[in-house]
Design a binder for this molecule. Structure first.
Ligand code: GLN
Length: 206
């Protein structure tokens, strides 16, 4: 693999942190690659994978629509891997329990529903060691085992998954990571901390 370009949706949220983690991941796996900020539809041209970061899902969703990115992202998700983290996972879901219409338009990429802020408000943010079942996906087969030290900030949980959507990790009995084809979501923030395994899985799926 060489010359990989990974887009990071850069309308709101933890964009710089994902770009930094991508840079470390590229050097760890020995791939030449760049993280590209995605602001307008032409920025999506030629990317090999896309990340939708954490932040505020209502805002991210509004800006996806306002910048004319909605249809392009949906189309691209049929052909490249996409990682959604925290608010990004919310935006990629197909339904929100009890949201009363606050998130304007979900991308409906993953056959799953979520509960926003499932662990409580900002003050209830926490870190926890999570066991990820990497071997559930072929690309994760060679991944080192061991707990993933995960940062949860007003995190959602995944409540219902359809047939093609596989839960990969849970915390307190609730699903916090799932995969559907080459679409991957985490409730937590894999861009905060030193563990690059989630980003590696994304690159391995390219
Ligand atoms: N609770 C936020 C939302 O649903 C997500 C928080 C985050 O991304 N850290 O938009």
């Amino acid at each position: 693999m060489s010359g990989m370009t990974v887009g990071v949706l850069a309308v709101q949220g933890a964009v710089a942190e994902h770009i930094e983690t991508l840079e470390s991941t590229f050097s760890e796996v020995g791939v030449s690659g760049v993280g590209r900020r995605i602001v307008n539809p032409p920025d999506l041209d030629g990317i090999d994978a896309l990340i939708i970061p954490g932040g505020e899902s209502t805002t991210i969703s509004k800006l996806i629509i306002a910048r004319g990115l909605y249809d392009s992202i949906r189309d691209l998700a049929g052909s490249i891997p996409v990682l959604g983290t925290c608010a990004g996972a919310v935006v990629m879901s197909s339904g929100i329990v009890d949201d009363r219409g606050k998130v304007p338009r979900l991308l409906e990429l993953m056959d799953m529903t979520v509960i926003r802020n499932a662990f409580g408000p900002q003050g209830e943010s926490f870190e926890a060691d999570v066991e990820v079942d990497w071997a559930l996906v072929p690309e994760g087969a060679g991944m080192e085992e061991g707990p993933y030290h995960a940062v949860f900030i007003r995190a959602p949980v995944i409540t219902e998954v359809g047939v093609g959507c596989t839960p990969m990790a849970s915390h307190d009995g609730m699903t916090v990571m799932a995969l559907q084809g080459r679409l991957l979501v985490t409730s937590f923030h894999p861009e905060l901390g030193d563990d690059t395994r989630v980003h590696r899985l994304l690159l391995d799926m390219v």
